[in-house]
Each structure stands twice: as C-alpha cells, then as structure tokens.
Design a protein around this ligand. Sequence first.
Ligand code: 5GP
Length: 173
Amino acid sequence: MSTIDPLITAEEIAQATAQLGARISRDYDGKDLLLLSVLKGSVVFLADIMRQITIPYAIDFMAVSSYGNSRTSSGAVKINLDLKQDIGGRHVLIIEDIVDSGLTLSYLMGLLKGRAPASLEVCALLNKRSRNEIQLEPKYQGFDLPDAFVVGYGLDYAEQYRGLPYIGDLRGV
Ligand code: 5GP
C-alpha cells in the first residue's frame, strides 16, 4: 500500500471531533438522542464522536448502496440494513463520513422523515460543497473538502486505507 500524504491530519480531525461533540452535547441536552451511523465509512468517526458527547444517547446503524452503476443518475439508494428501532418522536442525528453529491443523504433523509422523528439533522465530517447537487447544509460539519477522492479515517478505496489515522487524497498517489 503506497504512502498517502495527509490532507487533514489526525490532530485536525481530533480537534474538529471535540468541537462537534461539545456542540452536540449542548444542543441535545435533555433530549432523546439517537446517533444513526451510515455504514461502513462512518464507523471511525462515530467511535470518536461518541467519546466526545457527554450526554446520554443511543446508537444504531443503516447500510445503503446506490442502484445501478452511476451513483448520480437517480439518487435512488437500496437499503441493505435498516434500523432496529422506532425513531418516531426521537431526535435523530445522522453521523456521516462524507457528503459528495448529497443524493444518498437526501434520499435517506426523505425515508427517515416519513417515520416521524422529533428532529432529523446531519453531522458530516466531510462535505464536498462544490460537488453538492442538492443543498443539504449539514447542521454539524467538520471540513469543507475540495473536489478530491479521499481515503482514511474509515473511508476506503476498494476496502483499503480505512485504517489510516488521517485523511488523504488518493489522487495524489
Ligand atoms: P453522495 O450520494 O453524496 O454522492 O455519495 C456519498 C457516498 O459516496 C459516501 O457516503 C461515500 O461512501 C462515497 N464517497 C463520496 N466521495 C468519496 C470520497 O472522496 N472518498 C470515499 N472513500 N468515498 C466517497
């Protein structure tokens, strides 16, 4: 596996995670909070943000994949793993690794809104704003990314690089 230079260092990620965790802890104090992680890329971010949130919460997982070859064609996604619990009346915060076109997240949010949560927000570590086809504006966001293909900190390329402690641009290799 080749070496990839950091685009966002482990220290910068740790700082962002601490700030996001503090904000979430303040905003959801006294609320029934459910952290919803979208597998698989967001698991490292979830594990870190969980340790920065100081209020009680539950966690659950969903797994989705795009239909067809082109992920940008329709935005329709297939649900490969659904939630194990009812989200009606609960405060759901989606923990996402990266938003690119925004189509996956927008589809997921539409689906979840239909289940009547008390609130539904997004915490995304990375957002390629210049590539967003749908304006989502996650309430919580770590970094705005240029148009790059990044790996590390949970993000993969063909299942590789997930264990890198930092985020790097694969195109630089
Ligand atoms: P969207 O529907 O926003 O276009 O795509 C979001 C999904 O595409 C992410 O959850 C992630 O799985 C994948 N993705 C988008 N950009 C990148 C990237 O730069 N690196 C990696 N590893 N995955 C990406």
